[in-house]
Design a protein around this ligand. Sequence first.
Ligand code: MN
Ligand code: MN
Length: 465
Amino acid sequence: MKSEGSKLQEELFYTQKHASELLSEQQVKDADQFCEGYRAFLDSAKTEREAVCTVLNQIEKLGYQPFDPKKSYVPGDRVYLNNRDKAIILAVIGSRPIEQGVRIAAAHIDSPRLDLKPNPLYEDNQIALFKTHYYGGIKKYQWPAMPLSLHGVIIKGDGQKVQVNIGEDDNDPVFCVTDLLPHLAGDQMKRTLNEGVKGEELNIVIGSRPFLDDEASEKVKLNIMNILHEKYGIVEKDFLSAELEAVPAYKARDIGFDRSMIGSYGQDDRVCAYTALKATLDCKPVPEATVVTILTDKEETGSDGNTGLHSAYLKYFIADLAATFGQQGRTVLSHSTCLSADVNAAFDPTFPEVNEKRNAAYINKGVVVTKYTGSRGKSGTSDASAEFMAEVRRVLDKNHVVWQTGELGKVDQGGGGTVAQYIANLNVDVIDVGVPVLSMHSPFEIVSKLDTYMAYQAFLCFFND
Ligand code: MN
Ligand code: MN
């Protein structure tokens, strides 16, 4: 028999349980199954370009057509817009008039990494190396002494595009940033963690054998350039018109004796990109509201640039889509709602001091709904309204999605933002919904499989509601 007090407590208090206590055995199995597909996605989509390519391969089989502003569309039509092979918008036309608004989910497919500099190749003491410029927020000391693969494109002088993906196949070579041996690191160890490895020390070793010739200089560099010329038909100047990105070469893995988590590079934000994508593919054949899913680039550098969400490409797409129904883009946007699908920091028992435990997100407590992000006095956030938060809460609870709330760290500890503010600035109701992550922005981020599956369910019921 429960006491009156504990009955009253159950009725009045808000507590968040472990997702496995709230889900059925079958749902836990479904979550594990769902994450098999997710792991494969992580391995095939390590950069924004590869993510777009992987998505295109999936959706073209499913009847998605390139969006054409001159065509007219009917409920159930599925279209996409490829923005420069680095961002993509998918839409499923709903039965409700478009001027009543669309349902948007926006995730990003870029992740922190090491980009090659425009002039990367050099030889020093008979070792060939690449100079890099890091992309996004990284802790630089985390990047030396691990296998790296190289991904991207090189556009040659004649305009021909060369795709590069080397270091992922077990038979491929990999690359590596070196670190100093502890025996000689006395001075380095006195540096702050921030300066432990400096930006200009993130040089990638790529070769060490010389081209056999008596006359030529820089023979190791020459030998590498000769290999690259034979493999890709490129000359050194072609690096000037290239985008080459070094990322961890290892694959996504299950973590834990219970296999309850996934460890991988690039889960911020491919965990939300994948779950939003799957929810789009799996939503009702004819949803009520038109579904618009955006997988964007450049979030990690502040969303600027024509493939980032600070640009007008979403606004233009909505305007063009609205026009096919004889409507104005601004009318559609003003009645639209959006889940900004991005990860949040999970409470880490090893570093509890950065969070306020009553308002932190925890792994396995479900998808995180974050009313506001930003830093200091809520600077740089769109801060969703209580009304919209209530609407999202209603949809999630009605569909038995396990969810929690969470702030990004305690007040004045730091903070960060997402694309929410840029979409909200278009007069859309936006809230952040995503998966809690351990070791976020590290080369090996950790998420829970149950949370990942709950994110998928959250996007699915938002689209189908
Ligand atoms: Mn993110
Ligand atoms: Mn991030």
